[in-house]
Design a protein around this ligand. Sequence first.
Ligand code: PMP
Length: 362
Amino acid sequence: MTHIYNFSAGPAVLPKEVLEQAAAEMLDWHGSGMSVMEMSHRGPEFISIYQAAVRDLRALLSIPANYQVLFLQGGGLGENAIVPMNLVARMAQPATIDFVHTGSWSGKSIKEAQRYADVNVAATSEPGHFTSVPPQEYWKLTRDAAYVHICTNETIDGVEYNFVPTIQGDTPLVADMSSHILSREIDVTKYGVIFAGAQKNIGPAGLTLVIVREDLLGHALPICPSAFDWKIVADHDSMYNTPPTYGIYIAGLVFAHLLRQGGVAAMEKRNIAKAALLYAAIDVDDFYENRVAKDCRSRMNVPFFLRDETRNEQFLAGAKARGLLQLKGHKSVGGMRASIYNAMPIEGVQALVDYLNEFAGR
Ligand code: PMP
């Protein structure tokens, strides 16, 4: 059988070793006689799974003790409402939220936040069709904003931050890291809140990770559902209501796997090499094109276009025949997109590069 490489933007490829372990443990987890899916979230078996997952994630990202790790539901888009409901009451009223608009996902966050507070778009790369991150010197931030929201990797546009903004005063920085968390080293202390849907670098869809500084807890609006009030969730170790238990289990397997691979620093090294290999094959001549400014190109999501777009279907069919799956670009931008998350081995990127060269007649 042809080796399959899955370039989906998410839900996305997971480490083979993790899937094999999950398969082996599917019917009987560690002699418990139960599948993890069948366990009470309050029983000792699941509590041990949960604790190991939190411990390993803390180790992977060096999460300081004054930050809480929360497992929620609702996905990245859910957080677009949950974040303002938890933070807008904390600072000067009427509250303003500052956003930096760098693509589709920060755009969706802006729309949702407008239901809860005034929104100031401090900077936007829309005039350049979302092909860069506006440098911080051009941002027009609000004094005492409730928070500053950025999307540090725009999954659709393929744009990634190469700097961490500095925010003055008591205003926290909130980052949607859904599509690049655990792919590069980060300094958690620079952020008030980090959130991520799991379905790219963490595990299955249905689990949302929130890392929040403790002093930001306890400010939820009265309209905030209790199950999404970070303080309540934190006080109950993410078990105020039934958490997505199987998702937490798979995430825990992924975290342990990453630690065995050398952690986030080792992932970052591999991801730099993978991205360099792929962008080089796109840039070598004008058969393909990536429109993102070189210093803002995502290491995780690589959109590209054929100069002759009439050949798109032929390209995708040939890719599929070679086991290179889910390369079609997002419907809002067209073209192609290769997502090369942590679990994509360099052999998969090399197979794609070989095909790019072959299709271009190089
Ligand atoms: N933010 C980013 C950066 C994303 O890539 C996505 C999903 N692709 C979302 C938010 C939305 O996540 P969800 O579908 O889990 O709500």
